[in-house]
Design a protein around this ligand. Sequence first.
Ligand code: ZN
Ligand code: ZN
Length: 243
Amino acid sequence: MRFFKKIGEWVRRYDDAHNFTCDICGREVFAGERVCAACRKSLPWNGGAICPLCGRRVKEEGVCLECKQQPLSVERARSSLLYEGEASRLILRFKRGEKYLYRAVTELCLSTIKEQFPEAEGLVPVPMTARAKRKRGYNQSLLLCEEFSRKLSLPVVDAAEKRHETKPQKTLGRRERQENLAGCFHVADRAAVKGKALLIVDDTLTTGATVSELSEALKRAGAARVFAFTATSVEQKEPFGKR
Ligand SMILES: [Zn+2]
Ligand SMILES: [Zn+2]
């Protein structure tokens, strides 16, 4: 299995260097482009009415129900796309082995991050435990940070670590998610975050429990302000999961 995975990776690398095809539909694109114009247009962009705090799409203008009950620990969160259709498929592929997709994702999201977070002084990846990283082979959040860092000339502040493994969040309600994550992040290098305005970068915002927990750890270590950017977010329909 591993062997075939390796071959797949070589083929993709060769492909990368010799062909320019859209990472979503496979049609030809201009040199250096990752996603074709047609795919770009048909993606589920996050726009219209969004919650001014968590940035998720809402039915009516204004702060969403969940933020009213308990706002995230970050000052402001924003995302480029809704986690549905082609966008969620792209994120799932990116997280399930298709590492090279970090370029497509950053290309799609660059303008949002530029426009929404002019005050950011550093990009913070969501850390994984060493074991989880070995299993996947890479930290997708760190890959996004590194590529944004090259494009925005902002440093990557990889100062936090995840101290213990947590249960998968998928099946948990909002409160359970918070409890599951409590105390899992630790910032060892306090000097790297002290007094800074930091932007957490991740692939998806569901309830925001992960970015909130990481934000708390960064603030405890002395960060002045913390924001969050995620490539995609789940539309806010009704209070999330069980309470
Ligand atoms: Zn395409
Ligand atoms: Zn909200």
